[in-house]
Structure formats: structure tokens, C-alpha cells
Design a protein around this ligand. Structure first.
Ligand SMILES: Nc1nc2c(ncn2[C@@H]2O[C@H](COP(=O)(O)OP(=O)(O)OP(=O)(O)O)[C@@H](O)[C@H]2O)c(=O)[nH]1
Length: 278
């Protein structure tokens, strides 16, 4: 029996048959997924497992906590494939036609990390200059993914500008990724060539590099699982440091209200240990 779901809340009014091969097990994470390539320099190269403190906090029977959603912002030049990447992961769909994002779109993906419920808010922003006003949404993000099109070198050159722009609004500890899309369109040699440039750029940006294809799905799930696990690890660490200034993880009180209302049951039973929301 095929599953039907609205293809995209904003972009299309049509309904598409979802791929029944969606592996919902990908939302359960009990080991920290590795980086794109273990040999590549990455600021998080040594993060190959959850930190001991996080594991202990999650395993201790007496520790019961509820983490607010972490926020991941996707930015990059127009048409680089941000929406396609997000839609491939969230809905297992790929649409070859192009419909530019208007302003900002967001998805919420629910995970179970080390047996704790955890949500990732995915903010998919428009690359077009006329939506520069969306910069307000860059605030208080936990993860920044600068997306470039591997078939368009200039989109890689612009990655620095995008990273600087988002980092102006954020803490230096924000997790940073540089993601090359449309891997399927490149021959092996071309891919190697652009990849070596991208790795240099990732080092400059102090970001972890990934190469993906929304068309084939290559590396998409791996990438999102890595992002989620690192964000979770960071959130648990911050939760355990009560003396640190509380930086609100999602940066949008209206959205938090929405999630809290949605999880009314959870709210009654638990309170967010990080945000101290009662
Ligand atoms: N072959 C191939 N095409 C892709 C891939 N990812 C995206 N595309 C195509 O590239 C075009 C732009 O993709 P979008 O996902 O809409 O790009 P975007 O970055 O969200 O664009 P804006 O919202 O305007 O910033 C579309 O025609 C997609 O089908 C990919 O991995 N492989």
C-alpha cells in the first residue's frame, strides 16, 4: 500500500507517492556516525563517538531530561540544491524541476538519540538576493550548513560570504558544515578536482566537508545523522553546564511554543532541562 503525503507544504500543492523504502530506523541513533571521510581534516574529526559525559548522562537511570529542538540553518547560492537536500532526507523525494524557495521554509525531524527524543529544526533559506531579509532567521542556530553546487565553482567561492554572514549572528561554537551537492552530475575526475578545492575551503571555514547527491540520495542520510548526533552531543553538554549563559537553542520563541503545545503530554511530565521552561 503506497503512502501518500503532500510533497511540499509551500512549493507544491500536489501529492506524491512516497518511496516505501524510507528507512525510519535512520532516525534512531545510538552511535555517533563518522565524518564524510575519516582521512579528511575536519574540526570534528576526533568526534567519532558521543562524549563520555553525554553517554553517562543518557544511560544514568535517574537522569531524565527533555531537550528543546536544535536548529540547523541551510544557506548557499540560489539553485545550489538546499531544498532538494532537505526534501530528500525528510520526505524521500527528489524533484528535478526548480522552484525557488520564498524566504525561508522549515521542517522538523524527530529522532531518538541514545534513547532520548530529540528534534532537529531544519531551516531551508532562499539563496536569492531579494530574500536577504531572512538574515533575521540566522540567529541562535546550532548548526550551519553552507551548500554549494559542485558543478558551479562560483557557488563554492561564495561559501565564505555565506558562512561569514550567518556567523555574524552566532556563537563561535556553532557546528559548521560545507556541503557540495549534485555529486551525481560529475565524472570521477571532475569530482576529485572540485573536491580538493572544497576541502581547502572547508579548512578556511573551519567546517566539516560533505559531498552528496539529492538525486541518488548518496550520503544524504549519513550527513543528517552526523549533524543530528553532533547537535545532540552539544546540547547535552550545554545542559550539564548550569553556570554557562543559557543560549536559547532554537532562537524562535513562537516555534518553541508550538513544539511545547504539540508535545503537551511530554510537557506535563517533563520540563526542558536546557531552556528551563516550566
Ligand atoms: N542532478 C541533480 N540535481 C539536483 C540535485 N540537487 C538539486 N538539484 C536540482 O537543482 C535545482 C535547484 O535545486 P533546489 O533544491 O531548488 O535549490 P535551492 O538551493 O533550494 O534554491 P533556492 O531556494 O532558490 O535557493 C533543481 O532543479 C534540482 O532538481 C542533485 O543532487 N542532483
Amino acid at each position: 500500500m503506497p503512502i501518500y503525503k503532500k510533497a511540499n507544504r509551500r512549493k507544491a500543492a500536489s501529492y506524491e507517492v512516497l518511496n516505501n523504502n524510507v528507512d525510519y530506523g535512520t532516525r534512531h541513533i545510538d552511535h555517533l556516525p563518522g565524518p564524510y571521510s575519516p582521512g579528511l581534516a575536519s574540526p570534528y574529526a576526533d568526534r567519532t563517538d558521543f562524549s563520555e559525559r553525554t553517554r553517562r548522562a543518557c544511560q544514568t537511570a535517574s537522569t531524565s531530561f527533555y531537550l528543546c529542538a536544535c536548529k540547523a540553518v541551510f544557506v548557499g547560492d540560489v539553485g545550489t540544491g538546499k531544498s532538494s537536500l532537505v526534501n530528500r532526507f525528510c520526505h524521500e523525494i527528489f524533484d528535478g524541476s526548480y522552484r525557488g524557495t520564498v524566504g525561508v521554509d522549515f521542517e522538523v525531524e524527530k529522532f531518538h538519540v541514545l534513547d532520548h527524543a530529540f528534534s532537529l529544526q531544519i531551516w531551508d533559506t532562499a539563496g536569492h538576493d531579494r530574500f536577504k531579509c531572512v538574515a533575521n532567521y540566522y540567529r541562535n542556530t546550532n548548526v550551519i550548513a553552507v551548500v554549494f553546487d559542485m558543478t558551479r565553482a562560483e557557488s563554492l567561492m561564495n561559501a565564505r560570504r555565506w558562512m561569514d554572514e550567518v556567523m555574524r549572528h552566532n556563537h563561535p561554537g556553532t557546528l559548521k558544515f560545507l556541503v557540495g551537492t549534485k555529486k551525481d552530475l560529475l565524472e570521477f575526475d571532475n569530482h576529485q578536482e572540485i573536491e580538493s578545492e572544497a576541502i581547502k575551503m572547508a579548512q578556511v571555514l573551519q567546517a566539516e566537508y560533505w559531498s552528496v547527491s539529492a538525486q541518488t540520495g548518496e550520503n544524504v542520510t549519513r550527513f543528517f545523522r552526523r549533524v543530528t548526533a553532533l547537535a545532540f552531543d552539544g546540547a547535552v553538554q550545554r545542559m550539564m553546564e548550569p553556570n554557562n549563559p543559557v543560549v536559547h537553542p532554537s532562537g524562535n520563541s513562537l516555534l518553541n511554543l508550538y513544539f511545547l503545545k504539540k508535545d503537551e503530554k511530554d510537557k506535563k511530565l517533563k520540563k526542558c532541562s536546557f531552556c528551563r521552561i516550566n
